[in-house]
Design a protein around this ligand. Structure first.
Ligand SMILES: *Cc1c(COP(=O)(O)O)cnc(C)c1O
Ligand SMILES: [Zn+2]
Length: 436
């Protein structure tokens, strides 16, 4: 799959890439996407893991520099990113999202140390900006004119926004059922949008074939190994925000790990990224332990939860129908990293019903003041289930990641809130309404 014409500037601290299937090592300039052992364009196998020169990083980088950096976007983590120069990041800053201490929400479920990492506050209103910023940077550093992706909506919106900032053209494959707000984001940023009359999985396979045919830079999740590297920045931020550096106390550890992290899972790239981020920090000795990582799926899109339960390496495809469109996936594209995240961190997969997902939108907003799209609220629904199952302890520091803003899918919100009451423009009508 490598493009002979591509130029390559080596990221300063990347040592090599390793295939998670056959163990083969590649220099970064040798390989663009997946390992040669990958047999089928649409399958998951041959996923590469990006490995850094951790000894050099430990000698040359002090995590306190991240706190002091005048640019608080993900660019401050440049030594741990697969880009040659942070100046090549698109001028639309990503990351530095708030970690909110959700005191009232936590009190309602007996967890006083509950935090919400609100990634709905990224520039395109979802977590996916973290990966798309890296995709666009790499496309620019490789001299590409066009980047493409398949997406349930958010990865595409993020790619479209980052590409608009960088002046890169994009071609987007989405299922035609993607929520209108997400499609609107693509159109307004000027992407060439191809709404596929089929599922996300159909869009994925089509994008793979089109990138091979036309030579576009391919952002596809689970295939492009660098998306995990963008996504891992959420863990760097969480560790900094829980650390002493964030409080300006100047003593103790700059970074601190939470006890548990909850995140919703579709393809499995985000959860793999969350694990990779904490893994980098443990390897560097900047945090003292790996948090337990909990992946939350809908019972109507349970491929990875099933594989975890069965001890399988590769999931069986399902027919996904969840209302949480961002995590509606038949065949997860990043299963190896996702399953490793949960197994290696002594976490678990948690399944929740769609009704619980939609209901979780309300306490998140009313007690936590965070407006989440259904896939974002799924992580909190999973925490509620985990409390019932005794998976978390009252004093633990727990982080729930909201992966997408509620404005992405208004129909879901209107459904769960019941909508508005219309009244006549009279005080009498107000009195009648209040009495009802
Ligand atoms: C993409 C997405 C997810 C799931 O991420 P995967 O990498 O597919 O597991 C969850 N929530 C939102 C809002 C998303 O956009
Ligand atoms: Zn391989």
């Amino acid at each position: 799959m490598s493009n002979p014409a591509r130029t390559f500037a080596r990221p300063p601290f990347v040592s090599h890439l390793t295939c998670l299937r056959c163990g083969r090592h590649y220099a970064p300039e040798e390989i663009e996407y997946a390992c040669a052992c990958r047999t089928n364009l649409g399958s998951d196998i041959g996923t590469l893991d990006v490995i850094y020169d951790y000894a050099a990083l430990r000698r040359q980088i002090d995590p306190a520099q991240f706190v002091a950096d005048p640019d608080q976007s993900i660019g401050r983590f440049w030594p741990l990113l697969p880009i040659a120069d942070r100046a090549h990041l698109p001028p639309l800053p990503v990351g530095n999202t708030p970690l909110l201490h959700a005191a009232r929400l936590g009190a309602s479920i007996g967890l006083p140390n509950l935090f919400i990492k609100d990634d709905g506050r990224n520039p395109s209103a979802s977590f996916k900006d973290r990966a798309s910023a890296i995709a666009v940077t790499r496309a620019v550093e490789e001299g590409r004119a066009v980047a493409a992706t398949a997406s349930t909506g958010n990865a595409a919106a993020a790619l479209a926004g980052q590409a608009a900032a960088a002046g890169l053209a994009t071609v987007i494959f989405v299922p035609k059922t993607a929520p209108p707000a997400k499609i609107a984001q693509l159109l307004v940023y000027g992407s060439r949008v191809l709404a596929v009359d089929g599922s996300y999985d159909d869009a994925f396979d089509l994008c793979m074939a089109a990138c091979a045919e036309f030579g576009w830079y391919n952002r596809n999740t689970g295939y492009n190994p660098y998306m995990t590297e963008g996504k891992k920045t959420v863990s760097f931020e969480i560790a900094l925000q829980l650390g002493e550096g964030a409080r300006g106390e100047g003593r103790g550890a700059v970074m601190r790990a939470p006890d548990a992290v909850f995140v919703s899972v579709g393809d499995g790239c985000i959860i793999g990224g969350v694990h990779k981020g904490f893994h980098d920090l443990v390897t560097l000795g900047w945090i003292d332990r790996m948090p337990r990582i909990y992946g939350v799926q809908s019972t109507l899109s349970p491929a990875l939860a099933n594989a975890w339960r069965d001890g399988a390496e590769i999931p069986e495809p399902v027919h996904a129908t969840t209302r949480a469109d961002s995590i509606s996936v038949d065949m997860p594209r990043d299963p190896v990293k996702a399953l490793r995240a949960v197994r290696a961190s002594a976490g678990a997969f948690v399944l929740v019903e769609d009704a619980a997902i939609l209901q979780a939108i309300l306490p998140l907003a009313r007690l936590g003041a965070v407006f989440a799209e259904p896939a974002g609220a799924t992580a909190y629904a999973g925490l509620l289930q985990a409390v019932c199952d005794g998976l978390v302890q009252p004093e633990e520091t727990i982080v729930v990641i909201n992966t997408g803003n509620g404005l992405k899918d208004i129909a879901a919100t209107m459904q769960v809130t019941g909508g508005v009451q219309v009244i006549a423009p009279t005080l009498a009508a107000v009195k009648t309404a209040l009495a009802a």
